[in-house]
Design a protein around this ligand. Structure first.
Ligand code: SF4
Length: 377
């Protein structure tokens, strides 16, 4: 008769086999308390202010630092990864200034939608086989998936702070199942960056205060996606034509050479998101934005933030044919769009901007947009 450890091994083998059949590319298990170092690291990052204005990170600090603070019944955590390896080099479009760059992870369906159902199915199987309680997480709860994935052997947290896998480079979406079952664990993965510093060196805004540490207050991915206000002036030129996210630190990682293109068709680039023209994007109204980005992570930032980013891209494009579209956005109802339009006009056609300045200053009701006209930001 099989003993408890053999039964647990069999359950894990069944879960692993099912996970692969469901489309998960990476699988590992860690103890829920495998990373006792996390509370201190998290406290340090928050004390330094590296979370920018993402206050929810500070509000959830205690639960975020430990899976067992999130759920005291947790004994094991199963980490799962889905490869989203892109078909083309995400940095190639930086040279094509008339196009907007959407981060590789956001060029098709929202991965939360793709992964969540599969995680629930897997968790259901585990609950039935092990008679255990389970909870499912996909980047929406305060769970630190990346260090836990390191503990579960999926890879290691690279110097850019993202998980790096020997098989999938920097292109893994992560999801987790917490369970009350005591499962056999995998060996943690050793940090394998060695002397490489490519991701730190490529960052256009020096967002890494030290290896393995990311300061969101300098990160273009943060500004283009999470930040609600105007893009701070010092980041507008470095932002170039990135209109959603920034892949530079991920794209230069040498471990990507072992990565294959994602086998998940809904995570491969949609053609209209691969080479979107700034000239088309700047014309989007709310309905057009919702239709174009239905089911995409981009939809979450709303049309105003996307237009803001597009106008920064236009200001960096040197393309004078876009001036008429910029002029139309000077009267956009949203001040964040108007402000970005002022900056784009001042970049593309400074004489025209100067000729309009006094009139606009007297009629503009929003102080942040007036600052743009006055040239004080
Ligand atoms: Fe590590 Fe180099 Fe990859 Fe950065 S680019 S995560 S330093 S291997």
């Amino acid at each position: 008769m099989a003993g408890p450890s053999q039964i647990a091994d069999r359950i894990v083998e069944d879960i692993r086999t099912r996970a692969e059949a469901l489309g998960f590319d990476a699988f590992g298990i860690a103890r829920a308390d495998a990373r006792p170092d996390l509370p201190e690291k998290l406290a340090h990052a928050l004390a330094e202010g590296w979370h920018a204005d993402m206050e929810w990170m500070a509000e959830t600090e205690e639960r975020r630092g430990s899976p067992q603070k999130l759920w005291d019944g947790a004994r094991s955590v199963i980490l799962l990864g889905v490869n989203y390896g892109p078909q083309t080099d995400p940095m190639a479009l930086l040279a094509e200034k008339k196009l907007g760059i959407i981060s590789a992870y956001a060029r098709n369906r929202d991965y939360h939608d793709i992964i969540k159902g599969r995680l629930k199915e897997l968790a259901g199987l585990l609950a039935r086989r092990a008679g255990a309680d389970v909870k499912v997480f996909v980047d929406t709860a305060p769970l630190m998936e990346k260090p836990l994935a390191e503990a579960a052997g999926l890879g290691w947290q690279g110097k850019h702070s993202v998980l790096v896998s020997r098989d999938f480079g920097s292109w893994l979406f992560l999801g987790a199942i917490l369970t009350s079952a005591e499962l056999p664990v995998d060996a943690p993965h050793a940090e394998s960056c060695g002397s490489c510093t490519k991701c730190l060196d490529i960052c256009p805004t020096n967002a890494f205060p030290a290896p393995f540490r990311l300061d969101a207050r300098k990160c273009l991915a943060y500004y283009s996606v999470e930040h609600k206000g105007q893009i701070p002036r010092e980041f507008r030129r470095p932002m170039a034509n990135r209109i959603y996210g920034c892949d530079d630190c991920l794209a230069v990682c040498p471990w990507n050479k072992f990565a294959s293109v994602s086998r998940e068709a809904r995570l491969r680039s949609r053609p209209e998101f691969e080479r979107p023209a700034l000239a088309d994007l700047v014309k989007l109204d709310d309905a057009g934005f919702r239709a174009l980005f239905a089911g995409s992570p981009v939809k979450r930032i709303g049309v105003a933030r996307l237009l803001r980013n597009v106008l920064i891209g236009i200001g960096n494009s040197d393309d004078l044919s876009l001036v008429p579209a910029v002029l139309e956005r000077l009267d956009d109802p949203d001040p964040v769009v108007r402000g970005a339009a002022v900056w784009a006009l001042r970049r593309l056609d400074p004489d025209r901007a100067e000729a309009m300045r006094l009139d606009r200053l007297s009629s503009e009701g929003d102080s942040s947009v007036r600052d743009e006209w006055a040239g004080v930001v």
